[in-house]
Structures are given as C-alpha cells and as structure tokens.
Ligand binder design. Structure first.
Ligand code: GLP
Length: 241
C-alpha cells in the first residue's frame, strides 16, 4: 500500500488523474473500474481537461462502475449512470456502449447481480479500479458487515450512508434504500487500485482502513491485502494517521 499525502482536494484530483491518464497512455484499451461520489469529481474534470487538450484518447477504453442505486433509472439526475455521463462520458470520446453501470431499474436482484458479474468477467478484468471511501469505511456500496461480499450484490444502505447521501436529494425520503454494488471480491480482483480521500470526515475511515484490523466492519481494510494499492489523501483525510 502506497499512501500519497497531498495538500488538498485539488492536488489529490491532479495526482489521481495523472495515474489514470498514465494507465490510458500505456494501455489505450484498458478496463477502468470507475467510482462516483463527490470525491472523484475533480479527477474526472482533470481527465476531461487533458482530453480537450488532445493529450488523452478514451475511444478504446472499457469502463465498469462500482455501483448504482436500485430503483433509479439512468436518466434520473441522482443515478450513478447520470453522474458518469455528466461528469465524464459526455465530455470525452468514449464509446458509451463500452461503459457499464448496474441497471438500477432491474427489480430482480439475483438476476441483475449475476448479469453484472458476467459483464465484469467479459471485460477480461479491471486494470485500474478507482475508489472513493465512505465515512464508515465503505467502498462501492459495501457497507460494514459480518463478512466480505465476493460478487455483485444488492445492499440495504445503512442509515449513515443514507444520511450522508441525502445532501444530493430533495429530501432524505427520496434517497433509495437499496443499491447494487460490486463486492469486495470484484474490487480486489483489479490489477491496481487507486483510492482517493479528502476532508476530515474521512479521517477515521482512512486510518482504520490503512492501519486497523482487516475486518468486514471496515470494508476498505481489505485493501491492505492487495499487492498494488495507491491511496491519495489530503492533509485533513490523513489527520489521524
Ligand atoms: C457513495 C458511493 C461510494 C463513495 C461514497 C463517498 O456511497 N457509493 O462509491 O465512495 O459515496 O462519497 P463522497 O466522495 O461523496 O464522500
């Protein structure tokens, strides 16, 4: 595990984008595992900037996203498909047919989870997985639990996650209660993992994930067992380390 301590959100975003950019340059047909949430927004903005300058080509990439709210269609402005389109895909020359996000409208959870695992498998494997982290140590939507989930699964979101994400919705009652998420097993199968964290609210989660016991109560602690993890965190997120 390599931890880059950076000053602030802007520096974190540039550093993360440079690692993703290098991956794209080295392997134009790479498979990127992508994440949502407010933390990676600046990273995507930097990638778009480099694309506009002619420095990056997204045309041969495949992407698989970590998760999606169950019950939201892709054109709902709070869905993660919408987030990816508006923050990245609409601004670069990616072929959207090669961008994958779980289908939030599929009601049959067992079907959707099995289907998405096959989608991930069919990509040939994720070269670089980008992650944010929840204040409770969740990655994707793998919430603290008694065991690590292997594959894509349907998650009942915890009260703290619902509250944390309520800021994006008109009211807390509008926040979906369930989500489809890659499992920790899917995430750990990526060749390389890049986790970004910013702000005091992530300090405990970052400390526990990097230096605490490896436990499904802190899902990101599993990353300690991966052989190629880079964490880019700002001063506030590292304040307990
Ligand atoms: C959501 C997402 C996670 C993300 C987390 C933190 O729950 N499913 O992938 O890491 O929020 O979000 P933020 O970056 O906005 O703090």
């Amino acid at each position: 595990m390599v931890i880059y301590a950076v000053k602030d959100y802007e520096e974190m975003s540039k550093k993360a984008a440079s690692i993703i950019g290098a991956q794209i340059l080295m392997k134009p047909d790479a498979v990127l595992g992508l994440a949502t949430g407010s933390t990676p927004v600046g990273t995507y903005q930097q990638l778009v900037k480099w694309y506009e300058q002619g420095d990056l080509d997204f045309s041969k990439l495949t992407t698989v996203n970590l998760d999606e709210y169950k019950g939201l269609p892709g054109d709902n402005d709070q869905s993660y498909r919408y987030f990816m389109n508006t923050n990245l895909f609409d601004h670069v020359n990616i072929n959207k047919e090669n961008t994958f996000v779980p289908n939030g409208l599929e009601e049959d959870a067992a079907y959707e989870c099995g289907r998405y695992d096959k989608v991930i498998e069919a990509t040939g494997g994720v070269d670089l997985q980008l992650l944010g982290i929840g204040g409770n140590g969740h990655i994707g939507f793998n919430e603290p639990s008694d065991s690590f989930e292997k594959g894509t699964h349907c998650v009942a979101l915890t009260e703290s996650t619902i509250q944390a994400n309520a800021r994006f919705f008109d009211s807390i009652d509008d926040v979906p209660k369930y989500a489809y998420s890659m499992g920790v097993g899917n995430i750990m199968s990526a060749k390389k993992i890049l986790l970004v964290a910013s702000g005091q609210g992530k300090a405990q989660a970052v400390y526990d994930s990097c230096f605490g016991p490896i436990t499904p109560q802190v899902p990101a602690s599993a990353l300690q067992l991966h052989t190629d993890v880079v964490i880019i965190a700002d001063e506030a997120a590292l304040s307990l380390c």
